[in-house]
Design a binder for this molecule. Structure first.
Ligand code: MN
Length: 283
């Protein structure tokens, strides 16, 4: 073991996905934002939608508000139409990402634009620090072709959505918590070291296969989220059939969290104000 490996991150918790539904009856798996793992500062929620049965997804997420945080939609398969009350609209296709800063408030819908076939993707909620909770809403809609893919080691590929890795810089820019968002594919027994800022919280979600994290067990497998402990990097090694994962890290806000449904603020009073502003049509 080299001295550098002493500082490698190890897994501190493995979370299994919970089947649930949200929106107008969309079946999904919730990894973060549950009683098992309510918050990994600054990450508030992670959902995976994966189904080829339209009954599981077709109703989508009709008009609903957000205030005080960011929603990230990363698609693997299928198409989702986004539209908001300010007249913005966009179509998210396979391999694309939308990083939406809700800020002071938006009302939007997220609806599948397909009537059959596989719908597979993720939604991540990222907190905003108090100073940015009431910022103007902002969208970064990024097509699949705009996301760089690098090969840091033989048998390892990484799509760099946000942050820097392998000589590439992700197209998502100017986010308060300075996130790293990588979509990684590792062939069986292939390894890679990913540098991570020591102060950042980080997790890995395995969406295919299995992976070894750190220098010793545990492994994590499909439908499991691994919370990483402190350190300067993570060592990853693909399991017997390889692995596909997302790796996400960000600077924690270290602030109180008051959370109610689609509103995430610092105090209960701010939550009451969010309801009042929403009901008054001020979003
Ligand atoms: Mn939404």
């Amino acid at each position: 073991m080299t001295s550098d490996n002493v500082n490698g991150r190890q897994v501190v918790k493995i979370v299994n996905g919970h089947a649930t539904s949200d929106g107008a009856g969309v079946h999904l798996t919730r990894l973060l934002g549950t009683s098992e793992l309510s918050y990994l500062d600054p990450f508030l929620l992670l959902d995976e939608i994966r189904s080829d049965d339209p009954n599981d997804y077709i109703a989508g997420f009709p008009d609903h508000p957000h205030r005080g945080f960011e929603t990230v939609t990363y698609m693997l398969a299928g198409r989702m139409r986004h539209a908001d009350n300010k007249g913005n609209s966009g179509l998210l296709g396979p391999g694309s990402v939308q990083w939406m800063t809700a800020g002071r408030g938006i009302v939007h819908s997220e609806l599948p634009e397909q009537e059959n076939g596989l719908m597979w993707g993720f939604q991540l909620w990222v907190n905003l620090p108090a100073s940015k909770k009431l910022t103007e809403p902002r969208y970064q809609d990024i097509s699949a072709q705009e996301i760089p893919e690098v090969v840091p080691e033989p048998g390892v590929r990484a799509r760099v959505v946000a942050g820097e890795f392998g000589g590439a810089t992700g197209p998502v820019q100017g986010i308060s918590t300075d996130p790293i968002f990588l979509d990684l594919m590792l062939e069986a027994a292939k390894s890679v070291l990913i540098p991570l800022p020591t102060k950042y919280n980080a997790f890995v979600y395995v969406y295919e296969g299995s992976i070894q994290l750190g220098l010793k067990p545990p492994r994590a497998k499909r439908n499991q989220l691994a919370v990483l402990g402190p350190g300067s990097h993570i060592d990853l090694s693909g399991g017997s059939t390889g692995a596909r994962i997302i790796l996400v890290a960000g600077r924690p806000c270290n602030e109180p969290v008051a959370r109610y449904g689609p509103f995430v603020m610092n105090t209960e009073e701010e939550i009451r104000q969010a309801f009042a502003d929403y009901q008054a049509g001020c979003f």
